[in-house]
Write a protein that binds this ligand. Structure first.
Ligand code: ADP
Ligand code: ADP
Length: 225
């Protein structure tokens, strides 16, 4: 089953700005894909359709076979994990543990299953020793890793990251790359960081003026760019 299927997706904002014009896109399970393109290309608009923050004006989006619709939003939001560009938009609890527990807790998990989710997620990003710390005492790179863990704890089908390498020093950048490479989850990463795309994503998409202008191996797309 594919992680993501976008069919002929078009979208205009209420003011009439047409942001997407018939986007078609399939991402297979376990792929790591970079979404590239200039400012205003429609990247954010596309990402906001993946978990139903915006709903298709025309066309459709399906996550692991479930079409994004008003009555599937709960399911879809558990399957699509969004990691925002600023981790501080995602961390608001008194401890790292509680931030990571928040999603699964609200999904109804308790007790050992909840603790297993939190531990696994923190372990994957190397932050287990920091579980009891307040997030705001951590470095920016550590906070970004905790933000990734908050999403992994939901055991998503697809992890969508907005500019994951932004504001990281070289060591933190490398650490995050290693973490992302080690995850067995489908990844879609919006980025302007071409070396990061090249390092992490076999495949890249270039969105330009609301259409997919290129889709192929990152190496050959960047060679042509
Ligand atoms: P990107 O993420 O690639 O920079 P966006 O998806 O943010 O692109 O923007 C795509 C187009 O939609 C741009 O022309 C942008 O100006 C427009 N746009 C974005 N948000 C809104 C909005 N809330 N209302 C109207 N137009 C918008
Ligand atoms: P217990 O059954 O031990 O009283 P709960 O099942 O209520 O605890 O919560 C288990 C864990 O979930 C606790 O360690 C707590 O930190 C965390 N937790 C409780 N409420 C929330 C919440 N609203 N959001 C995130 N984590 C929570």
């Amino acid at each position: 089953m594919n992680s993501l299927e976008v069919r002929d997706l078009a979208y205009a904002y209420p003011d009439g700005t047409q942001a997407l014009f018939g986007v078609d896109l399939t991402i297979g399970s376990g792929e790591r894909v970079a979404l590239l393109g200039p400012n205003g290309a429609g990247k954010t608009t596309l990402v906001m359709h993946l978990n139903g923050i915006l709903t298709a004006g025309h066309g459709s989006v399906a996550v692991a076979g479930t079409t994004v619709r008003a009555d599937t939003l709960r399911q879809v939001r558990q399957r699509v994990g969004l990691v925002f560009q600023d981790p501080d938009d995602q961390l608001f609890m008194p401890s790292v543990h509680d931030d990571v527990a928040f999603g699964p807790f609200n999904a109804g998990l308790r007790g050992e299953e909840l603790e297993r989710r939190v531990k696994d997620a923190l372990d994957r990003v190397g932050m287990l020793p920091f579980a009891e710390r307040p997030p705001h005492h951590l470095s920016f790179g550590q906070r970004r890793r905790v933000a990734v863990a908050t999403v992994l704890a939901m055991e998503p089908e697809i992890l969508v990251l907005d500019e994951p390498s932004s504001n990281l020093d070289p060591a933190a950048r490398r650490e995050l790359a290693e973490i992302l490479r080690s995850l067995e989850v489908t990844v879609l990463m919006v980025t302007h960081d071409l070396p990061y795309a090249l390092e992490l994503c076999e495949r890249s998409l270039i969105l330009s003026d609301g259409v997919i202008a290129a889709d192929g191996p990152t190496r050959s797309l960047l060679a042509d760019a």
